[in-house]
Write a protein that binds this ligand. Structure first.
Ligand SMILES: Nc1nc2c(ncn2[C@@H]2O[C@H](COP(=O)(O)OP(=O)(O)OP(=O)(O)O)[C@@H](O)[C@H]2O)c(=O)[nH]1
Length: 309
């Protein structure tokens, strides 16, 4: 069954990745001037895929498939897009994993980290909304106490979506807010406790101290917590998102990714590069600014949208 919202989402996926697939088209254009596929054209295709942010490994996979199946035979842009879509789907399939709420005892503690402006706050609100639609109860913790604006923004979202929020003052102790959140969430039978953090690259030592303290406090209440450490990435930063996964992955024990702003960029191919390189679960993708614009994704559909196939 497809309801209207699913239909809108389906359309948004196509629109969201339009600039990315157009860029791939630009990069591929002019390559297919010969009657048959030769090594030079294969090189061109591989370069075009790398220039479209898909990453060298994914580009090599497409090249190998084309070489094996089409060498010395006729090929056109549509044929390349088709093979690209199939290879992208194979890469995305194992990592497309919605965030499951399964912790026992509850609440499931979800730490959310990411650089400033990555869409972290908006993503927390969208994630809460998504879980509430699945009938889970949600509580937020405004653990990014470094900036008053971050606390205020999350409070506005909490009110808008109708969820309780634990917050304190700017410069306050995030770990004690998390403690309070777990206590209250446990007492109220909350399913998911989503914690905003000051997880930032700009101040690595601060980030580590902050997260380590939160982890220590959580561990005392429930050794399994945090159950998830979700890194929010801004797709418009292209390859920079890859280095963020690298650094945050090593420093913060990332368990899953959310990639946002795929609608605002021609660099959506970075989703594929990230999946290929790290194999971390990708819980959801963001293709717009409203609450409904963050969804778990269908790898086949997204692969077709990126490849424009
Ligand atoms: N187009 C688009 N915009 C988005 C998406 N997700 C978030 N944004 C916008 O990106 C901007 C930054 O989002 P925030 O949620 O404030 O980012 P943040 O990481 O919390 O930033 P700080 O609060 O500065 O740390 C906002 O204007 C959001 O509306 C998305 O998927 N698509």
């Amino acid at each position: 069954m497809t309801d209207n919202r699913d239909l809108a989402w389906h359309e948004k996926i196509g629109l969201g990745f339009r600039r990315t697939s157009e860029k791939l088209g630009d990069n591929l254009s002019g390559l297919f001037t010969k009657a048959t596929l030769d090594a030079e054209t294969l090189d061109g295709v591989e370069e075009a895929l790398i220039a479209s942010d898909l990453g060298p490994a994914a580009a090599a996979r497409v090249r190998d498939r084309l070489e094996g199946e089409r060498f010395d035979r006729g090929i056109d842009e549509a044929g390349v897009r088709e093979v690209t879509a199939q290879e992208i789907a194979k890469i995305l399939m194992p990592v497309a994993k919605p965030l499951e709420i399964e912790a026992f005892p509850r609440p499931q503690v979800i730490l959310v980290i990411g650089v400033n402006g990555s869409g972290k706050t908006t993503t927390i609100a969208k994630l809460a909304h998504l879980l509430m639609e699945q009938d889970y109860s949600v509580m937020l913790v405004a653990g990014d106490t470094f900036r008053a604006a971050a606390i205020g923004q999350l409070k506005v979202w909490a009110e808008r979506i109708g969820v309780p929020i634990i917050s304190g003052k700017e410069g306050g102790d995030a770990a004690s807010l998390v403690w309070e959140g777990v206590k209250r969430g446990t007492a109220e039978g909350t399913d998911a406790l989503i914690v905003d953090t000051a997880g930032r690259l700009q101040n690595k030592a601060g980030l580590m101290d902050e997260l380590a303290k939160i982890r220590r406090v959580l561990g005392r209440l429930n050794p399994a917590a945090p159950h998830d450490v979700v890194l929010v990435l801004d797709a418009t930063t292209g390859q920079n998102a890859i280095s963020q996964i690298d650094v945050f992955g090593k420093e913060a024990g990332v368990t899953g990714l959310v990639m946002t702003k795929l609608d605002g960029t021609a660099r959506g191919g970075v989703l594929v590069a990230a999946a290929e390189k790290f194999g971390l679960p990708i819980h959801a993708i963001g293709v717009g600014e409203t609450l409904d614009d963050l969804r778990p994704f269908d790898p086949q559909e997204v692969a077709r949208a990126i490849a424009g196939a």
